[in-house]
Design a protein around this ligand. Structure first.
Ligand SMILES: Nc1ncnc2c1ncn2[C@@H]1O[C@H](COP(=O)(O)OP(=O)(O)O)[C@@H](O)[C@H]1O
Ligand SMILES: Cc1ncc(COP(=O)(O)O)c(N)n1
Length: 265
């Protein structure tokens, strides 16, 4: 029986980030992908132009349409721009007893454009963190969620600890893409810190890297991996996607969702 994964997120018409990146990643990892759209975003590799949020009732209707027909084995959320979208997603995750849930707390696109309102940041903390199996903030997102200023590896670990022990998420993966030095990420699972390392590649092709990474972890959780295994697989997928650039787009290009085929050949 094929495993199924659902992404609840915003769109990217150029296919590098958001829903499109998530579905490509699910497909590459052999998992049946499903999607609920929260916001339609006009963006490309040069930046975000504007976006239109789906009404909360329509987000609810899409989630019901999925769950009343095909139950996903794991769920990922990405762009949720406002408190009402967050509230309806939280309500539905509880109603459908979702136990494998990866929360990518998308806040600002790599181009610098805000994808979430200030009020919604508080809702992410209060309503979504307690439901999630894993939260995957980059450094600015970890700072926004915890109030810390993150300058050292110890600060990254402290952010993970706060997210788990004070805000109630089961595990936190603090991503080091925005850190100096190597691209090392730190997972705190409530008992130990695990480091997932990669060499930093000198590339501008990282548009959608956070989405792709979280989607790969979600796909592996849907397949029955433990959390540690899922993150290990996800890290290897995103590293291959960054290290085999496609050289498309006039700005910060997309990661390569076929990259793992080249790396594992
Ligand atoms: N230049 C790079 N070389 C290798 N890995 C990278 C690079 N930039 C980001 N990564 C990795 O890609 C993943 C996404 O990271 P990050 O950039 O922090 O997230 P986001 O896309 O949400 O801002 C992380 O595993 C990070 O370590
Ligand atoms: C719809 C949507 N969701 C998320 C991102 C963030 O992308 P990145 O992973 O590059 O920060 C994006 N640009 N668009």
């Amino acid at each position: 029986m094929v495993s199924k994964a659902l992404t609840i997120a915003g769109t990217d018409p150029t296919g590098g980030a958001g829903i499109q990146a998530d579905l490509k990643t699910f497909q590459e990892l052999g998992v049946f992908g499903m999607s609920v759209i929260t916001s339609v975003v006009s963006q490309n590799t040069l930046g975000v132009r504007s976006f239109v949020d789906m009404h909360e009732e329509f987000i609810e209707s899409q989630i019901d349409a999925v769950f009343e027909d095909i139950r996903p084995d794991a769920v990922k959320t990405g762009m949720l721009s406002n408190p009402s979208a967050i509230a309806i997603v939280a309500k539905k995750l509880k109603e459908y007893n979702v136990s494998q849930y990866v929360l990518d707390p998308v806040m600002v696109a790599s181009s610098g454009h805000e994808l979430i309102s200030q009020e919604a940041r508080q809702s992410v903390k209060e309503e979504l963190l307690p439901l999630a199996t894993l939260v995957t903030p980059n450094l600015p997102e970890a700072e926004a969620l915890t109030g810390l200023t993150i300058e050292t590896i110890e600060d990254m670990k402290e952010a993970g600890r706060i997210l788990v022990e004070e805000y109630g998420v089961k595990a936190a993966l603090i991503k080091g893409g925005h850190y100096k030095g190597e691209a090392d990420d730190y997972l705190y699972n409530g008992t130990e810190f695990l480091k997932f390392s990669a060499k930093r590649f000198d590339t501008k092709h990282t548009h959608g890297s956070g989405c792709t990474y979280a989607a790969a972890i979600t796909a592996r959780l849907a397949e029955g991996d433990s959390l540690n295994q899922a993150v290990e697989h996800g890290k290897s997928f995103i590293t291959s996607a960054i290290s085999n650039p496609l050289e498309i787009g006039k700005g910060q290009g997309p990661t390569n969702h076929w990259g793992h085929r080249l790396t594992t050949k």
